[in-house]
Design a protein around this ligand. Structure first.
Ligand code: BV8
Length: 242
């Protein structure tokens, strides 16, 4: 990381592991979400068409879980907000997560590439609205009033992730790429490290254990996010002073 300059852009990718210590489940840990549900049934457009009630109930349970007052941003979320506020260059945070813990932790320059649990989308107009309640198969769209035409504003498998143009532009021009709390198994996010590296970025993985893409990173730190991320942010900020 010696060649990192204070004017360099930093791009950060996060996954479910950064929210684990806030009390939210990951997907592929032994006790994770895919151990309880079949991805095909609850996170694909086909699953939604087949059984909309099952999918709405799946996201209703996760939305209620996220709104639990015990679920709060943790030290890793706070450290990334501190980095954004203190680093002289741009810091872009791209999250695969659909929770709002990065916003509540103070991050502002943020892209939710897989959508947001606290937003809903009208199936007829595509309009996105803030949404904190349950959605049932009868819930009317707030845009058209038509019952049953409202879905979670979430990117399912087979659907196009959001703001890909802006993400690839940032990856092509960053000096440092961090990947935090992700197993590196879902594309296109899992390919971001290669995109950044081919354009000269220094890449670091901060994860509980080696991810599927471990061999693609210049450096890896395997520890809980609340320990690894604050310490690494201080290392980066020391570069700004260098
Ligand atoms: C796309 C919904 C085209 C929201 C998610 C066939 C047809 C179509 C596409 C495909 C296909 N076959 C393959 C694909 C591509 C597919 C894909 O990658 N499939 C995988 C399964 C092989 N991808 C897609 O379909 C994507 N769309 O390809 O469109 C396209 C392509 C390029 C450009 C434009 C268009 C859409 C993918 C998005 C799907 N939606 N979720 C929701 O319900 O949440 S993905 C889901 O997985 C979540 O978004 C999640 O964020 C994401 C990745 O999981 P992780 O965040 O990494 O979580 P995981 O549990 O896996 O890992 C957690 C890690 O944390 C672990 O390593 C663990 O060790 C670590 N950890 C745990 N505790 C801690 C910790 N680390 C630190 N501290 C701790 N305390």
């Amino acid at each position: 990381m010696d060649q990192l300059k204070a004017t360099d852009r930093i791009v950060i990718l996060t996954g479910a592991g950064i929210s684990k210590e806030s009390g939210l489940d990951t997907f592929r840990d032994a006790d994770g979400i895919w151990a309880q549900y079949d991805l095909e049934d609850v996170a694909t457009p086909q699953g939604f068409a087949r059984n909309p009630k099952l999918v709405q109930d799946f996201y209703n349970a996760r939305r209620r879980g996220l709104l639990d007052p015990d679920v709060q941003p943790n030290a890793a979320h706070a450290a990334l907000a501190r980095l954004e506020q203190t680093w002289p260059g741009e810091v872009l945070l791209v999250t695969q997560n659909i929770d709002d813990l990065h916003e509540r932790g103070g991050s502002a320059n943020l892209i939710h590439m897989h959508g947001e649990l606290l937003k809903a989308r009208c199936l007829d107009t595509g309009e996105v609205v803030a949404w904190h309640d349950d959605i049932t198969v009868e819930t009317p769209s707030p845009v058209t009033g038509t019952p049953g035409r409202l879905r979670p504003h979430i990117v399912w498998f087979g659907e196009m992730p959001l703001e890909m143009e802006r993400i690839y532009q940032a990856l092509a021009t960053c000096g440092l790429f961090l990947s935090i709390g992700t197993s590196g198994t879902v594309y296109p996010a899992a390919g971001f490290v290669q995109e950044a590296a081919v354009h000269g970025a220094y890449s670091v993985e901060l994860n509980m254990e080696p991810s599927a893409g471990r061999g693609l990173f210049d450096e890896a730190i395997h520890a809980p996010a609340t320990e690894a991320v604050p310490a690494f942010v201080e290392r980066v900020l020391a570069r700004a002073a260098a």
